[in-house]
Structure formats: structure tokens, C-alpha cells
Write a protein that binds this ligand. Structure first.
Ligand code: MRU
Length: 349
């Protein structure tokens, strides 16, 4: 992974410091013709570092280390990674398998690589698939934003988890896409963003994005979310998805299940927003979704305040929210409601 540009970003611009343009969003991934230029999300918000990924190994490393992250961008990056593997003369089957294995939970990665691989087997150029996915993701996010805006009319205070915005998609995002659509329509919207332990995508990425767009955001630690919901501080919870099983059970960033349980207890609607390629009709329910487990070091930390290095750790990156806790699933094909099995089957036809 070559670093092609690095800038000390300093503190994020805020809505009040006069620097932020309304609804300014970032571009997380671009195809240059030679490779991918991606914003290194490990460095946000402190530094704006762009990586030039010109090899399949570079793409896989960027995905595995979360330089590139978020289900939708994993998909598009994976498709371009497949293209780079073929350009290096590697066997298509091996290339597909290696890229898909880079992260197991977000089915978007598998879907995108298989689309590119299918094109290759038909004798078509898989680069065309990858480029098309960039556009389709952007358009799907815009539709989700608008449908979610209508569904959540009058619900102005939204609690969200992890990062589902412009950094995680090639558009403006899924759950955060709804926030942006509300703001763009001139409707009042404020966000409660969970920190999202252990890698702090909420604190680092969501807060940064919303500051740039001039949308008011309040950060809270994950363990404060239940109290916020019970105290009536949010009108709805809106999260993304890494995989939605055929019955509506949804895998998303670890901590989502706790939010859904707390929302149910507090009587707050709980929405999932996801592009259709997060739906995995071949996985019957949440128990069959592979959950990525990541390194202990992410939880232990480093330096002052770190836990003892020999501490045993369980670090699942995702959890599964049962369909019964989900008020609605906002997709570009419409807003689905329970029972999700038939709703998904019908929208798939
Ligand atoms: O581990 P991450 O940061 O890739 O996890 C991301 C999430 O869980 C998002 O909520 C999900 O991918 C949806 S992004 C549109």
C-alpha cells in the first residue's frame, strides 16, 4: 500500500467554526485506471492519508486492517481487487477466493467479487462490473436516504452506531444517508453517535463526517446508549447492516444488538438501513451468519491505560439482531416490515 498523500488535518471543522460547507461529504474510494485511491480510515480524523492500491495484496491488506471498511465500500473495493488480481495474471478462482476471505461478515464483499468473477467467466471485462457497482451504490444510497427520510418523518433525533456514511459507501451512506437526506430537505435533524468500541468508528468517523456536513452530533460511549434511549433522548435508532439473513435477522457492528434490546425496552423504533446487496437470501437466519473475530490487541489497547497483555479477550466485530427487534429495514427497493421473510422474498422477485 503506497501512501500517495498525507495531510495533517488537525481538529475537525465544526458547524460553528465557519469552515464547514453544508452537506460536504467525502469520497472514500476512486478508481484511477491503474488502481484504487482510498482514504485511509485508520487515520481519520487526525490525518487525511490517501493510499494507492495497485495490487490484490494491497487491497486485501487495506480491507483486513480496516483502512478500507464499511460493508458497501468493502464490496466495491473487493471487485477492484479482483480486477487487479487478474491483471497480475493470477488464476481467477484463487483471486476471487482470496478477496472474499479478507473479511467474512459483510456479504457485500462476496456479492461484488462474485459479480466480477461471473463477468470474467462470461468473457466480459470485470472492470465494467466494478465501475458499475460504484454508480449503483451511490444511487442506492440516495434512494435509501429519501425513503428513510419519509419513513422517519417527524423523528428528528436519531441515534446511530458505527459509521454508515460517505466513508462506508460510495454515496452518502445508508443509515447516515437518511440523516443527510433530512438535512438536505431542510428538516431538523440531530444525531447521537455511539463511540463504537473497540475501533471507535462512531467517535472517529461518524463525528468527523457529520461535523464536515454541519449536522449537530453528540458523542456518547456505547454503554450510555441504553440510558439515552430510556431517558427519551432519541426518536429512533438507525443503523446499517453487514448481512441480512432471509428471515430479517441482521448482522451489524457489535453493540447493535444491545441497542435494539434497549430500544425495544424504551419503546423507541429501531431501523436498519442497507443496500439490497446486504441481503443474503441463502442464509436462512442470523445463526448462520459468520461473525468475524478480531485481534485481542484491539480491545487490550496500548500504552498507558492498556489492559494486561496476557488478558484473555473475546472480540467479535459484529453481532446479530433478531428480526423481531427491527421496526423496519430501509432499502433502495422500499421499506420492509415484518414478517421479513415474505417481504424479502417478494422484493427479490
Ligand atoms: O468493521 P466495520 O467498520 O467495517 O463495520 C461497519 C459496520 O458495521 C457498518 O454498520 C456496516 O458495514 C454498514 S456500512 C454502510
Amino acid at each position: 500500500m503506497a501512501v500517495i498523500g498525507a495531510r495533517r488535518a488537525g481538529s475537525s471543522p465544526t458547524a460553528s467554526d465557519g469552515e464547514a460547507a453544508p452537506l460536504e461529504t467525502v469520497s472514500s474510494i476512486e478508481w484511477t485506471g491503474e488502481g484504487l485511491t482510498v482514504l485511509d480510515q485508520r487515520c481519520v480524523p487526525d490525518d487525511t492519508v490517501f493510499l494507492q492500491l495497485t495490487t490484490i495484496d494491497g487491497v486485501i491488506e487495506a480491507i483486513a486492517t480496516l483502512a478500507v471498511r464499511g460493508a458497501n465500500v468493502l464490496g466495491t473495493a473487493g471487485a477492484f481487487g479482483y480486477v487487479l488480481g487478474l491483471r497480475a495474471g493470477l488464476a481467477p478462482e484463487d483471486v476471487a477466493a482470496r478477496v472474499i476471505a479478507a473479511r467474512p461478515t459483510a456479504v457485500n464483499l462476496r456479492v461484488a467479487v462474485e459479480l466480477a468473477h461471473d463477468a470474467q467467466r462470461r468473457g466480459e471485462d470485470p472492470l465494467g462490473v466494478a465501475l458499475r457497482l460504484l454508480d449503483e451504490d451511490r444511487e442506492a444510497c440516495a434512494t435509501i436516504g429519501e425513503l428513510g427520510r419519509q419513513e422517519l418523518a417527524g423523528r428528528d433525533r436519531l441515534l446511530t452506531h458505527c459509521n454508515t456514511g460517505a466513508l462506508a459507501t460510495t454515496g452518502r451512506g445508508t443509515a447516515l444517508g437518511i440523516v443527510y437526506a433530512k438535512a438536505e430537505a431542510g428538516e431538523p435533524v440531530t444525531v447521537l453517535a455511539t463511540e463504537t468500541r473497540p475501533l471507535r468508528q462512531g467517535a472517529r468517523l461518524t463525528v468527523w463526517e457529520l461535523h464536515k456536513a454541519g449536522i449537530p452530533v453528540t458523542l456518547l460511549v456505547d454503554s450510555a446508549a441504553a440510558a439515552a434511549l430510556v431517558a427519551g433522548k432519541a426518536d429512533a435508532v438507525v443503523v446499517g447492516a453487514d448481512r441480512i439473513a432471509a428471515n430479517g435477522d441482521t448482522a451489524n457492528k457489535v453493540g447493535t444488538l444491545a441497542l435494539a434490546i434497549a430500544a425495544k425496552h424504551a419503546g423507541v423504533p429501531f431501523y436498519v438501513a442497507a443496500t439490497w446487496n446486504a441481503i443474503d437470501a441463502s442464509t436462512p437466519d442470523g445463526s448462520a451468519i459468520p461473525i468475524e473475530e478480531r485481534a485481542a490487541a484491539e480491545v487490550l489497547g496500548a500504552g498507558p491505560g492498556a489492559a494486561a497483555a496476557d488478558t484473555r479477550v473475546w472480540n467479535p466485530a459484529f453481532d446479530v439482531t433478531p428480526a423481531g427487534l427491527i421496526t423496519g429495514i430501509v432499502t433502495e427497493r422500499g421499506v420492509l416490515h415484518a414478517p421479513y421473510g415474505p417481504a424479502i422474498a417478494q422484493a427479490t422477485r
